[in-house]
Design a binder for this molecule. Structure first.
Ligand code: COA
Length: 329
Protein backbone atom coordinates (compact mmCIF):
# COMPACT_ATOMS: atom_id res chain seq x y z
CA UNK A 1 0.00 0.00 0.00
CA UNK A 2 1.54 3.38 -1.00
CA UNK A 3 2.26 5.51 2.00
CA UNK A 4 3.29 8.96 0.76
CA UNK A 5 2.00 11.58 -1.63
CA UNK A 6 5.03 13.12 -3.32
CA UNK A 7 5.73 15.90 -5.81
CA UNK A 8 6.95 14.22 -9.01
CA UNK A 9 7.40 17.35 -11.10
CA UNK A 10 6.93 21.12 -11.13
CA UNK A 11 6.36 23.72 -13.84
CA UNK A 12 5.55 27.37 -14.21
CA UNK A 13 4.65 29.95 -16.79
CA UNK A 14 5.21 33.70 -16.85
CA UNK A 15 3.77 35.74 -19.72
CA UNK A 16 6.54 37.29 -21.81
CA UNK A 17 5.42 40.90 -21.35
CA UNK A 18 7.16 42.55 -18.38
CA UNK A 19 5.86 45.81 -16.90
CA UNK A 20 8.30 47.66 -14.62
CA UNK A 21 7.48 50.10 -11.86
CA UNK A 22 8.78 52.85 -14.15
CA UNK A 23 6.25 51.77 -16.80
CA UNK A 24 3.46 51.97 -14.20
CA UNK A 25 4.56 55.43 -13.11
CA UNK A 26 3.55 56.59 -16.61
CA UNK A 27 -0.01 55.28 -16.06
CA UNK A 28 -0.78 56.15 -12.41
CA UNK A 29 0.60 58.59 -9.86
CA UNK A 30 3.29 56.36 -8.34
CA UNK A 31 7.06 55.85 -8.40
CA UNK A 32 9.56 53.01 -8.48
CA UNK A 33 10.88 54.26 -5.14
CA UNK A 34 7.42 54.08 -3.45
CA UNK A 35 6.64 50.61 -4.77
CA UNK A 36 10.08 49.13 -3.96
CA UNK A 37 10.19 50.63 -0.47
CA UNK A 38 6.67 49.57 0.49
CA UNK A 39 6.55 46.17 -1.22
CA UNK A 40 9.88 45.02 -2.71
CA UNK A 41 8.21 44.65 -6.15
CA UNK A 42 10.19 45.92 -9.18
CA UNK A 43 8.32 44.41 -12.11
CA UNK A 44 5.53 41.97 -12.99
CA UNK A 45 4.48 39.84 -15.95
CA UNK A 46 1.26 40.81 -17.71
CA UNK A 47 -0.59 38.36 -19.96
CA UNK A 48 -1.74 39.35 -23.43
CA UNK A 49 -5.25 39.44 -24.85
CA UNK A 50 -4.99 35.83 -26.07
CA UNK A 51 -3.47 34.47 -22.87
CA UNK A 52 -6.35 33.65 -20.50
CA UNK A 53 -5.74 31.99 -17.15
CA UNK A 54 -6.28 28.55 -18.73
CA UNK A 55 -3.48 29.17 -21.22
CA UNK A 56 -0.98 30.12 -18.48
CA UNK A 57 -2.20 27.14 -16.44
CA UNK A 58 -1.86 24.72 -19.35
CA UNK A 59 1.71 25.84 -20.06
CA UNK A 60 2.73 25.45 -16.40
CA UNK A 61 0.96 22.08 -16.18
CA UNK A 62 2.57 20.82 -19.36
CA UNK A 63 6.02 21.69 -17.96
CA UNK A 64 5.19 19.93 -14.67
CA UNK A 65 4.00 16.77 -16.46
CA UNK A 66 7.19 16.69 -18.55
CA UNK A 67 9.30 17.26 -15.43
CA UNK A 68 7.55 14.27 -13.81
CA UNK A 69 8.38 12.20 -16.94
CA UNK A 70 4.70 11.47 -17.45
CA UNK A 71 2.21 12.26 -20.20
CA UNK A 72 -1.20 13.95 -20.03
CA UNK A 73 -2.77 10.47 -20.26
CA UNK A 74 -1.36 9.65 -16.81
CA UNK A 75 -3.28 12.47 -15.08
CA UNK A 76 -6.59 11.52 -13.46
CA UNK A 77 -7.22 14.54 -11.22
CA UNK A 78 -6.91 18.28 -11.93
CA UNK A 79 -7.41 20.77 -9.10
CA UNK A 80 -6.92 24.35 -10.25
CA UNK A 81 -6.79 27.21 -7.75
CA UNK A 82 -7.73 30.62 -9.12
CA UNK A 83 -9.65 33.80 -8.38
CA UNK A 84 -9.45 34.81 -12.02
CA UNK A 85 -11.10 31.96 -13.96
CA UNK A 86 -11.58 32.24 -17.72
CA UNK A 87 -15.32 32.42 -16.97
CA UNK A 88 -17.64 31.53 -14.05
CA UNK A 89 -18.59 28.28 -15.80
CA UNK A 90 -17.24 25.88 -16.99
CA UNK A 91 -14.20 25.56 -14.80
CA UNK A 92 -10.76 26.62 -15.94
CA UNK A 93 -9.61 23.11 -14.94
CA UNK A 94 -11.81 21.72 -17.74
CA UNK A 95 -10.18 24.15 -20.20
CA UNK A 96 -6.76 22.84 -19.11
CA UNK A 97 -8.00 19.27 -19.56
CA UNK A 98 -9.09 20.12 -23.12
CA UNK A 99 -5.87 21.97 -23.99
CA UNK A 100 -3.60 19.18 -22.73
CA UNK A 101 -5.73 16.23 -23.86
CA UNK A 102 -6.15 14.88 -20.33
CA UNK A 103 -8.37 11.78 -20.08
CA UNK A 104 -12.14 12.23 -19.91
CA UNK A 105 -12.10 9.98 -16.86
CA UNK A 106 -10.19 12.64 -14.91
CA UNK A 107 -11.93 14.65 -12.20
CA UNK A 108 -11.38 18.37 -12.98
CA UNK A 109 -12.47 21.33 -10.91
CA UNK A 110 -11.53 24.85 -9.77
CA UNK A 111 -11.05 25.93 -6.19
CA UNK A 112 -11.10 29.48 -4.82
CA UNK A 113 -9.21 30.24 -1.63
CA UNK A 114 -7.61 33.43 -3.01
CA UNK A 115 -3.85 33.62 -2.46
CA UNK A 116 -3.91 30.51 -0.24
CA UNK A 117 -5.53 28.63 -3.13
CA UNK A 118 -2.52 26.54 -4.09
CA UNK A 119 -2.11 25.17 -0.56
CA UNK A 120 -5.84 24.40 -0.33
CA UNK A 121 -5.65 22.64 -3.73
CA UNK A 122 -2.58 20.69 -2.63
CA UNK A 123 -4.37 19.41 0.46
CA UNK A 124 -7.58 18.55 -1.40
CA UNK A 125 -5.65 16.66 -4.11
CA UNK A 126 -3.48 14.78 -1.64
CA UNK A 127 -6.54 13.80 0.42
CA UNK A 128 -8.33 12.44 -2.68
CA UNK A 129 -5.20 10.55 -3.62
CA UNK A 130 -4.76 9.19 -0.11
CA UNK A 131 -8.34 7.88 -0.35
CA UNK A 132 -7.07 5.78 -3.23
CA UNK A 133 -9.17 7.26 -6.04
CA UNK A 134 -6.40 8.82 -8.14
CA UNK A 135 -2.87 7.96 -9.21
CA UNK A 136 -1.50 11.24 -10.60
CA UNK A 137 -2.88 14.67 -9.73
CA UNK A 138 -2.18 17.98 -11.36
CA UNK A 139 -2.36 20.82 -8.83
CA UNK A 140 -2.28 24.25 -10.43
CA UNK A 141 -2.31 27.84 -9.20
CA UNK A 142 -3.02 30.19 -12.11
CA UNK A 143 -4.07 33.81 -12.35
CA UNK A 144 -4.63 36.56 -14.88
CA UNK A 145 -5.12 39.27 -12.28
CA UNK A 146 -4.42 42.03 -14.80
CA UNK A 147 -7.97 41.55 -16.14
CA UNK A 148 -9.37 42.37 -12.69
CA UNK A 149 -7.13 45.30 -11.75
CA UNK A 150 -8.30 48.88 -11.79
CA UNK A 151 -5.51 50.54 -13.74
CA UNK A 152 -6.66 53.89 -12.31
CA UNK A 153 -6.18 52.73 -8.69
CA UNK A 154 -2.53 53.06 -7.69
CA UNK A 155 -3.13 51.41 -4.32
CA UNK A 156 -3.84 48.02 -5.96
CA UNK A 157 -2.65 47.91 -9.58
CA UNK A 158 1.04 48.15 -8.64
CA UNK A 159 0.87 45.05 -6.42
CA UNK A 160 -0.27 42.20 -8.66
CA UNK A 161 0.88 40.23 -11.70
CA UNK A 162 -0.04 37.28 -13.92
CA UNK A 163 1.38 33.76 -14.01
CA UNK A 164 0.86 30.10 -13.25
CA UNK A 165 2.61 27.31 -11.40
CA UNK A 166 1.84 23.60 -11.21
CA UNK A 167 2.94 20.39 -9.54
CA UNK A 168 2.25 16.74 -10.37
CA UNK A 169 1.52 14.55 -7.36
CA UNK A 170 2.15 10.83 -7.31
CA UNK A 171 2.36 8.03 -4.76
CA UNK A 172 5.53 6.59 -3.27
CA UNK A 173 6.08 3.81 -0.78
CA UNK A 174 8.59 5.83 1.22
CA UNK A 175 7.14 6.88 4.55
CA UNK A 176 8.31 10.26 5.80
CA UNK A 177 8.80 11.72 2.33
CA UNK A 178 6.55 13.99 0.26
CA UNK A 179 3.75 16.13 1.68
CA UNK A 180 4.11 15.67 5.42
CA UNK A 181 1.03 17.70 6.25
CA UNK A 182 -1.09 20.76 5.56
CA UNK A 183 -2.69 23.20 7.98
CA UNK A 184 -5.47 25.36 6.55
CA UNK A 185 -8.04 27.78 7.87
CA UNK A 186 -10.05 30.91 7.23
CA UNK A 187 -11.27 34.02 9.02
CA UNK A 188 -14.22 35.02 6.86
CA UNK A 189 -14.91 38.10 8.93
CA UNK A 190 -14.93 41.00 6.50
CA UNK A 191 -15.14 40.48 2.73
CA UNK A 192 -14.47 44.16 2.07
CA UNK A 193 -10.84 43.79 3.21
CA UNK A 194 -9.92 42.23 -0.15
CA UNK A 195 -12.49 41.47 -2.79
CA UNK A 196 -13.79 41.76 -6.33
CA UNK A 197 -17.34 42.85 -5.46
CA UNK A 198 -18.97 42.73 -8.88
CA UNK A 199 -19.83 39.94 -11.30
CA UNK A 200 -21.28 37.49 -8.77
CA UNK A 201 -24.98 37.14 -7.90
CA UNK A 202 -24.69 39.79 -5.17
CA UNK A 203 -23.76 42.48 -7.69
CA UNK A 204 -24.36 41.01 -11.16
CA UNK A 205 -22.87 42.77 -14.14
CA UNK A 206 -24.88 45.90 -14.94
CA UNK A 207 -24.31 49.43 -16.15
CA UNK A 208 -24.23 50.40 -12.44
CA UNK A 209 -21.59 47.77 -11.55
CA UNK A 210 -19.38 48.87 -14.43
CA UNK A 211 -19.82 52.55 -13.64
CA UNK A 212 -18.81 51.90 -10.00
CA UNK A 213 -15.82 49.81 -11.06
CA UNK A 214 -17.10 46.84 -9.04
CA UNK A 215 -15.40 44.28 -11.30
CA UNK A 216 -11.96 45.22 -10.04
CA UNK A 217 -9.90 44.24 -6.99
CA UNK A 218 -10.64 46.39 -3.92
CA UNK A 219 -8.36 46.24 -0.92
CA UNK A 220 -7.81 47.80 2.50
CA UNK A 221 -4.04 47.45 2.41
CA UNK A 222 -3.09 48.41 5.95
CA UNK A 223 -5.65 46.07 7.58
CA UNK A 224 -4.66 43.19 5.30
CA UNK A 225 -1.01 43.78 6.14
CA UNK A 226 -1.62 43.45 9.88
CA UNK A 227 -3.73 40.31 9.49
CA UNK A 228 -1.25 38.79 7.04
CA UNK A 229 1.63 39.13 9.45
CA UNK A 230 -0.39 37.51 12.24
CA UNK A 231 -1.87 34.57 10.30
CA UNK A 232 1.32 33.75 8.38
CA UNK A 233 3.29 33.43 11.60
CA UNK A 234 0.45 31.46 13.21
CA UNK A 235 0.15 29.02 10.28
CA UNK A 236 3.92 28.48 10.15
CA UNK A 237 4.27 27.89 13.88
CA UNK A 238 1.20 25.62 14.05
CA UNK A 239 2.38 23.18 11.38
CA UNK A 240 5.91 23.02 12.79
CA UNK A 241 4.46 22.21 16.19
CA UNK A 242 2.10 19.57 14.75
CA UNK A 243 5.10 17.76 13.24
CA UNK A 244 7.46 18.23 16.16
CA UNK A 245 9.82 20.39 14.12
CA UNK A 246 11.59 23.64 14.85
CA UNK A 247 12.13 26.42 12.31
CA UNK A 248 15.86 25.76 12.08
CA UNK A 249 15.10 22.29 10.65
CA UNK A 250 13.51 23.95 7.62
CA UNK A 251 15.91 24.45 4.72
CA UNK A 252 13.61 26.66 2.66
CA UNK A 253 10.53 28.65 3.53
CA UNK A 254 8.50 29.29 0.39
CA UNK A 255 6.05 32.03 1.36
CA UNK A 256 3.24 33.65 -0.59
CA UNK A 257 4.88 36.50 -2.49
CA UNK A 258 2.76 39.54 -1.57
CA UNK A 259 5.10 41.97 0.13
CA UNK A 260 8.76 41.75 1.18
CA UNK A 261 7.98 43.47 4.49
CA UNK A 262 5.46 40.73 5.34
CA UNK A 263 8.10 38.07 4.56
CA UNK A 264 10.73 39.93 6.64
CA UNK A 265 8.34 40.02 9.60
CA UNK A 266 7.73 36.27 9.23
CA UNK A 267 11.48 35.66 9.13
CA UNK A 268 11.92 37.60 12.38
CA UNK A 269 9.05 35.71 13.99
CA UNK A 270 10.60 32.34 13.06
CA UNK A 271 14.10 33.61 13.96
CA UNK A 272 15.33 32.55 10.51
CA UNK A 273 17.60 34.62 8.27
CA UNK A 274 15.97 35.99 5.12
CA UNK A 275 18.33 33.93 2.97
CA UNK A 276 16.36 30.81 4.00
CA UNK A 277 13.33 32.21 2.17
CA UNK A 278 12.64 31.76 -1.54
CA UNK A 279 11.75 35.26 -2.73
CA UNK A 280 10.89 36.25 -6.30
CA UNK A 281 8.25 38.92 -5.76
CA UNK A 282 10.63 41.57 -7.07
CA UNK A 283 10.14 40.03 -10.56
CA UNK A 284 6.50 38.85 -10.33
CA UNK A 285 4.54 40.97 -7.87
CA UNK A 286 1.70 39.14 -6.18
CA UNK A 287 0.37 36.41 -8.50
CA UNK A 288 -2.13 35.15 -5.87
CA UNK A 289 -2.55 31.36 -6.04
CA UNK A 290 0.28 31.10 -8.58
CA UNK A 291 2.91 32.68 -6.35
CA UNK A 292 4.02 29.65 -4.29
CA UNK A 293 4.13 27.12 -7.16
CA UNK A 294 6.08 29.58 -9.35
CA UNK A 295 8.61 30.18 -6.55
CA UNK A 296 8.81 26.43 -5.89
CA UNK A 297 9.40 25.63 -9.55
CA UNK A 298 12.07 28.32 -9.92
CA UNK A 299 13.87 27.09 -6.79
CA UNK A 300 13.81 23.46 -7.96
CA UNK A 301 15.00 24.27 -11.46
CA UNK A 302 17.81 26.43 -10.03
CA UNK A 303 18.97 23.36 -8.05
CA UNK A 304 18.28 25.02 -4.71
CA UNK A 305 16.18 22.13 -3.32
CA UNK A 306 17.87 18.82 -2.43
CA UNK A 307 16.64 15.36 -1.39
CA UNK A 308 15.98 15.01 2.31
CA UNK A 309 15.43 18.72 2.90
CA UNK A 310 12.21 20.03 4.38
CA UNK A 311 10.40 23.02 2.84
CA UNK A 312 7.75 25.05 4.61
CA UNK A 313 5.09 26.61 2.38
CA UNK A 314 3.00 29.35 3.97
CA UNK A 315 0.32 31.68 2.61
CA UNK A 316 -2.53 34.07 3.36
CA UNK A 317 -5.13 35.59 1.09
CA UNK A 318 -8.54 37.14 0.58
CA UNK A 319 -11.24 35.63 2.70
CA UNK A 320 -9.17 35.90 4.85
CA UNK A 321 -7.69 32.46 4.22
CA UNK A 322 -4.39 31.11 5.50
CA UNK A 323 -2.41 27.90 5.33
CA UNK A 324 0.88 26.09 5.52
CA UNK A 325 2.35 22.83 4.27
CA UNK A 326 5.49 20.81 4.97
CA UNK A 327 7.26 18.88 2.21
CA UNK A 328 10.22 16.54 2.65
CA UNK A 329 12.03 16.09 -0.69
C1 COA B 1 -0.65 48.23 0.10
C2 COA B 1 0.57 48.54 0.93
C3 COA B 1 1.84 48.30 0.12
C4 COA B 1 0.52 50.01 1.32
O1 COA B 1 1.64 50.30 2.14
P1 COA B 1 1.41 51.20 3.46
O2 COA B 1 2.73 51.46 4.04
O3 COA B 1 0.40 50.47 4.30
O4 COA B 1 0.84 52.52 2.81
P2 COA B 1 -0.50 53.27 3.21
O5 COA B 1 -1.69 52.45 2.86
O6 COA B 1 -0.31 53.70 4.61
O7 COA B 1 -0.47 54.51 2.24
C5 COA B 1 0.48 55.51 2.39
C6 COA B 1 0.26 56.58 1.36
O8 COA B 1 0.71 56.10 0.08
C7 COA B 1 -0.26 56.37 -0.90
N1 COA B 1 -0.17 55.37 -1.93
C8 COA B 1 -0.90 54.22 -2.05
N2 COA B 1 -0.49 53.55 -3.15
C9 COA B 1 0.49 54.28 -3.72
C10 COA B 1 1.30 54.12 -4.86
N3 COA B 1 1.19 53.03 -5.66
N4 COA B 1 2.22 55.05 -5.14
C11 COA B 1 2.37 56.13 -4.37
N5 COA B 1 1.63 56.36 -3.28
C12 COA B 1 0.70 55.44 -2.95
C13 COA B 1 -1.56 56.35 -0.16
O9 COA B 1 -2.53 57.11 -0.87
C14 COA B 1 -1.20 57.00 1.16
O10 COA B 1 -1.20 58.39 0.99
P3 COA B 1 -1.72 59.35 2.17
O11 COA B 1 -0.81 59.07 3.34
O12 COA B 1 -1.55 60.68 1.56
O13 COA B 1 -3.12 58.93 2.41
C15 COA B 1 0.62 47.66 2.23
O14 COA B 1 -0.37 48.08 3.11
C16 COA B 1 0.44 46.20 1.93
O15 COA B 1 1.26 45.58 1.31
N6 COA B 1 -0.65 45.61 2.46
C17 COA B 1 -0.91 44.20 2.23
C18 COA B 1 -1.50 44.03 0.86
C19 COA B 1 -1.46 42.62 0.39
O16 COA B 1 -0.56 41.89 0.68
N7 COA B 1 -2.48 42.24 -0.37
C20 COA B 1 -2.56 40.97 -0.95
C21 COA B 1 -3.11 39.99 0.00
S1 COA B 1 -2.93 38.37 -0.64
Amino acid sequence: MPSSIVILGTGSCAPTKIVSNHDLAKVVDTSDEWIVTRTGIRERHIAGQHEPTSELAARAASAAIADARLTAADIDLVVLATVTPDMPMPSTACAVQRKLGISERAMCFDLNAACTGFLYALDVARSLMAAGHHRHALVIGAEKLSSFLDWQDRSTCVLFGDGAGAVVLGQASEPGRGILGCYLGAEGVDPSLLCIPGGGCLHPASAHSVEHRQHYVKMKGREIFKMAVRVMAGAAREILEQHGLTADQITWVIPHQANLRIIETLAKDLALPLDRFIINLDRYGNTSSASIPIALDEARRAGRIHPGEISLLVAFGGGLTYGSALIRW
